[in-house]
Design a protein around this ligand. Structure first.
Ligand code: HEC
Ligand code: HEC
Length: 332
């Protein structure tokens, strides 16, 4: 009799309390929502099936001419979808001009690329596929190649009701990119008010420096840590071959202007700047503390400052509290 009762109690615990406990954990992990809803294009509604198809394509090396490079070669999930190289390398080890940006929260981006000139993820997909130093592939050959994949043709029919084509390819990959959300850092837990103690004293002091004593939030404001526009942060006194947005519109007022990168997951996305020229956060802080390299178009907001060693470590501690690897649960 007694034994039965013990079993009964264990059963009750397992059947009722455990699911309740798990449910609680699940809701907790979803409570933080500092970024709000993004605007999804009306002609590309998000569905689980489309995201799954986009994900397969994102990791598919057949997208490159010699089948050696996928999107994920330069946008590696565990590095917050960057590649830890100064500048990215495409087919045959060809070097690009630029450092790979994170794709996390790209759903919120109002402009794309360091030149801030593209406006939709759908259009962007075509760029790396055709780019000589990236995937070096032409769309016609690529579609012929991918149409031989029965799963792709079947899913194209099921999801889009059409043959596998550039529309299917770009819509699916863009949908997958919009599913890459990261907004559950300790800073987010603190900032949203859900967990006021999520940040240590030093990290809170670092946030105060970043947002009050210094001028960082002029261009890197919470919660996105970017204004989405291109700015000249005085990285160089003279810009060499890569003059930023200037190369798109040939407007000399654009020299040295690069889209402000988000600082989310900055701990994972080194090296820094459009050309990967800063290896560490210390080097970045040094750059700003001396007031930049004084390019003639440098933003007036960038002025010299002095921090004590303790303040520098607090500023870094805050930046590192912007790390959120919970998105990795889908990439194990
Ligand atoms: C050879 C490396 C490489 C490959 C392959 C590659 N990318 Fe990129 N990606 C980059 C670099 C470098 C940039 C920055 C380019 C620039 O700003 O001019 C970039 C920029 C982007 C951006 C803009 C992000 C932002 O913050 O503005 C998106 C989105 C993107 N890539 C998605 C993709 C997708 C999707 C694929 C596959 C179809 C892909 N990339 C393949 C290196 C690569
Ligand atoms: C006038 C706008 C502006 C201000 C103010 C500013 N930044 Fe930036 N920041 C930028 C731009 C633009 C870039 C990218 C430049 C490039 O790629 O060449 C950048 C890049 C960075 C990066 C590297 C990001 C990456 O992924 O490569 C870090 C870190 C950074 N800034 C931190 C700070 C800090 C800390 C402050 C305050 C001391 C600050 N920024 C103030 C515009 C600004």
């Amino acid at each position: 009799m007694r034994l039965n009762r013990t079993y009964f109690l264990i059963f009750i615990f397992g059947a009722i309390l455990l699911p309740l406990f798990l449910l609680q954990c699940k809701t907790n992990s979803h409570q933080v929502s500092v970024l709000g809803k993004f605007e999804n294009p009306a002609d590309n509604p998000l569905t689980e099936e489309k995201i799954a198809l986009g994900r397969l394509l994102f990791f598919d090396k057949r997208l490159s001419r010699n089948e050696t490079v996928s999107c994920a070669t330069c946008h590696v999930p565990s590095f917050a979808f960057t590649d830890r190289k100064k500048v990215s390398e495409g087919v045959d080890g060809r070097k690009t001009q630029r450092n790979s940006p994170s794709l996390l929260n790209s759903a919120y981006l109002k402009t794309l690329m360091f030149d801030a000139h593209l406006t939709s993820l759908e259009i962007q997909v075509i760029a790396p596929i055709q780019e000589h130093v990236e995937m070096d592939m032409d769309m016609k050959t690529l579609l012929k190649r991918l149409r031989k994949d029965e799963h792709y043709t079947k899913e194209a029919k099921a999801i889009f009701n059409r043959d596998f084509d550039a529309f299917v390819l770009t819509r699916s990959i863009a949908a997958f990119e919009r599913s890459l959300i990261s907004e559950n850092s300790r800073f987010d837990q603190y900032y949203s008010g859900i967990k006021p103690n999520a940040l240590s004293k030093n990290e809170k002091a670092g946030w105060k420096l970043f947002s009050e004593k210094l001028y960082c939030t002029k261009c890197h404001p919470a919660p996105y840590f970017t204004t989405f526009i291109a700015e000249n942060n005085g990285l160089y006194s003279e810009y060499g071959e890569d003059k930023g947005r200037f190369r798109i519109f040939n407007d000399s007022n654009d020299i040295g202007f690069f889209k402000v990168p988000s600082l989310r997951n900055i701990e994972l996305t080194f090296p820094y700047m459009h050309d990967g020229s800063k290896s560490t956060l210390d080097e970045v802080i040094q750059h700003y503390s001396k007031g930049g390299e004084h390019h003639k178009l440098q933003s007036k907001n960038i002025i010299p400052f002095k921090l004590t060693a303790k303040e520098t470590s607090q500023l870094k501690a805050f930046l590192i509290a912007l790390t959120d690897t919970s998105y990795m649960k889908d990439f194990k």
